[in-house]
Design a protein around this ligand. Structure first.
Ligand SMILES: O=C(O)c1ccccc1NCC(=O)[C@H](O)[C@H](O)COP(=O)(O)O
Length: 212
């Protein structure tokens, strides 16, 4: 079912010192938002040098919304990204082109009160992971949870990240979660001092709670 402890991703890093503080907690993945309309947009304060200084074990994820394949690939090279996470209406063909270029792909889907798993089928074989996030006003980072029971019948051969409003309050339920295909947990706005700036102390509590 799940890995003993799902892998942990912290998303939406924006400032160099904060990045270093969160990296010290040894997350498995760190996410960087390349969506200019997000309050967590990487902007100009983070550089390739900051990302290159991260420990090798932390995989760097670039988050995009409806960018062209060429734009995504340019960012992958510029920032040394290991994976890309696509939060818009990116097609299976676009995902396949990114994979063919050697990039691992996470395709995100927004989950409302119901979810039609049939929309995932065309992506199987063209993505490395899915990410299930809560449907909201923004393409991501809405800070609310969805009904995880919707994933109980998931039976596709693609592991997934669970996202959407995960916070310390959910730690115990997350520890006890046994969902088919669950690969990683995605933490974001519930651990922020301000958009794109994480509270490393709060994250440490969450990591300890989830990893022990
Ligand atoms: O976080 C954003 O601002 C964002 C904007 C546009 C697309 C994706 C975005 N975030 C991607 C993530 O992986 C978030 O961690 C995920 O949406 C969950 O966020 P939250 O509900 O705040 O925990």
């Amino acid at each position: 079912m799940n890995p003993v402890t799902p892998y942990l991703k912290v998303c939406g890093m924006r400032l160099p010192e904060n990045l270093a503080a969160v990296a010290a907690l040894q997350p498995d993945f760190l996410g960087f938002i390349f969506y200019p309309k997000s309050s967590r947009y990487v902007g100009t304060q983070l550089s390739q040098v900051d990302l290159a200084a991260l420990p090798a074990g932390i995989r760097k994820v670039g988050v995009f919304v409806n960018e062209t394949v060429d734009t995504v690939l340019a960012r992958v090279v510029e920032f040394g990204l290991d994976l890309v996470q696509l939060h818009g209406q990116e097609t299976p063909t676009e995902c396949a082109r990114l994979q063919a270029a050697g990039v691992s792909v996470i395709k995100a889907f927004s989950v409302g009160e119901e979810f039609n798993f049939e929309v995932l089928q065309p992506y199987v074989g063209h993505v490395d992971y899915f990410l299930f996030d809560t449907k909201g006003a923004q393409p991501g980072g809405n800070g609310t949870t969805f009904n995880w029971n919707l994933l109980a019948t998931y039976d596709l051969p693609v592991p997934y990240f669970l996202a959407g409003g995960l916070g310390l309050k959910e730690a115990e339920a997350l520890r006890n979660l046994r969902l088919p295909g669950l690969f990683a947990l995605d933490l974001n706005s519930r651990f922020e001092i301000e958009p794109g700036v994480k509270d490393a102390g709060l994250l440490k509590q969450m990591f300890t709670s989830l990893r022990t």
